[in-house]
Design a protein around this ligand. Structure first.
Ligand code: HSE
Length: 434
């Protein structure tokens, strides 16, 4: 390495799947990183609550008290990879208070408590970056912060939870939900608490960050409408496919004259659409900008090495910008300020719907349902009727409606569910329209 390569000492807390991969990438790619950036990133101190004998053998300082890393005067950049919000937040606050730039992959922390941390970092005059928090290895935040900065963003939509996408992909080939979830956990894709993946919470955290960066609004996790994938039945995936759609767990934030809608839920997507063909643990994010039109970012959304790719890119950005005044760097949320805007409630959102009714097999049931939909101004685009189910004695009727508001469809569903011929709650899924 040349003489003019600067050395930057890296401290890290959390030595799990991602932490180990960060250490691997920094060691394996040290030369290429130095050639690109003129910086030699050297891991000097790792906080690992359960210890890390492999690192100690390499001469890297290891502390079971993770806070020692945040306070270490011999660390130039701190990386938080512990996850969770309580200790991680305290750790970042201490690192910032000690004047250290911080990189984190912690989407829950940034989405739910990011604003005060970003304010503290700005006040101290150091960067706080979190590329790995959204869509694993895809540099989507970099795209929003820099590559798309000439645009007014109209919407951002994506498949941003690898575990949920993996489960839905496997369920589409007939496998059961629980079986596939176990596999995703074993592969290290799922969150420590996998309900975050399957109930849509993880995707909502990521969407909160995407929306803030797209529209220049404050981080507002509580305003995201969230549905997970636990209520989905394999037969809905099958009926959707027969109608020409795939079912994906989609996160969408859109700005209109009415304000901003943010929602995360299972969605029917036409089979030939790009997002419908994002499978397994892969993620994809589409962004519609007024100048660029739509652009698509695709890649591994989870997994140690993919996430480490984003973490290390942030560390390189921090190291490159050291010495610059914070005002001269790209803001962590892409805007110099965050202006609150009216949030659009889910009731006012307009979509086409997939509806599955389980009915007792009596004459004129279908006519009765379509009549009630018609009374509320809901038009039908397509219909499927299945033979009687042997165990339940019920017939499934599947309808695709034209676009109506959520308030209208909920009202008519409630009226239909009160009919004596209806034998189970109606399944309702939205159809993606961008
Ligand atoms: N549990 C997350 C996922 C990991 O499955 O997408 C990456 O954020």
């Amino acid at each position: 390495m040349g003489d003019n390569v600067k050395e930057v000492r890296v401290g890290l807390a959390g030595y799990g799947t991602v932490g180990k991969s960060v250490v691997t990438v920094l060691a394996r790619n040290a030369d290429v990183i130095a050639r690109r950036s003129g910086i030699h990133l050297l891991v000097t101190h790792v906080g690992a609550r359960r210890g890390a004998p492999d690192l100690a053998e390499q001469g890297i300082k290891v502390s079971q008290d993770v806070f020692e890393v945040a306070r270490d005067p011999e660390v130039d950049v701190c990386i938080e990879l512990m996850g969770g919000v309580t200790t991680a937040r305290d750790w970042i606050e201490i690192a910032l208070a000690n004047g250290k730039p911080v990189v984190t992959a912690n989407k829950a922390l940034i989405a739910e408590a990011g604003s005060p941390l970003i304010a503290q970092a700005r006040q101290v005059g150091v960067p706080l970056l979190f590329e790995a928090a959204v869509a694993g290895g895809i540099p989507i935040l970099k795209a929003l912060r820099e590559g798309l900065s000439a645009n007014q963003i109209e919407w951002v939509a994506g498949i941003i939870n690898g575990t949920a996408n993996y489960i839905l992909t496997e369920m589409a080939s007939g496998r059961t939900f629980s079986d596939v979830l176990l596999e995703a956990q074993a592969a290290g894709y799922a969150e420590a608490d996998p309900t975050f993946d399957i109930e849509g919470i993880d995707a909502a955290h990521k969407l909160t960050i995407l929306a803030s960066m797209s529209f220049g609004v404050p981080l507002s996790y509580r305003d995201v409408y969230v549905e997970g994938i636990t209520a989905l039945q394999s037969e809905d995936l099958e009926y959707a496919h027969r109608l020409g759609y795939r079912v994906k767990h989609v996160a969408l934030a859109r700005q209109s004259e009415a304000g901003i809608e943010m929602r995360v839920h299972p969605t029917l997507i036409p089979c030939d659409a790009l997002l419908a063909n994002v499978n397994g643990v892969m993620n994809a994010v589409m962004v519609q900008g007024d100048a660029v039109g739509s652009s698509l970012y695709y890649g591994a959304g989870a997994g140690g090495m993919a996430t480490a790719s984003s973490v290390v890119a942030d560390v390189i950005e921090v190291a490159r910008h050291s010495g610059l005044a914070i005002e001269q760097t790209v803001p962590p949320l892409a805007f110099q300020d965050a202006k609150p805007i009216q949030m659009v409630s889910i009731d006012a959102v307009c979509s086409a719907f997939y509806l599955r009714f389980q009915v007792r097999d009596k004459p004129a049931v279908l006519a009765h349902i379509t009549e009630m939909l018609g009374e509320d101004g809901v038009s039908i685009d397509a219909a499927i009727q299945k033979p009687v189910h042997e165990q339940t004695d019920l017939v499934s009727i599947v309808l695709l409606t034209q676009a109506v508001t959520e308030a209208v469809i909920n009202r008519v569903i409630a009226r239909i569910e009160a009919l004596p011929e209806i034998g189970a709650p109606v399944t309702k899924l939205r159809v993606l329209s961008l």
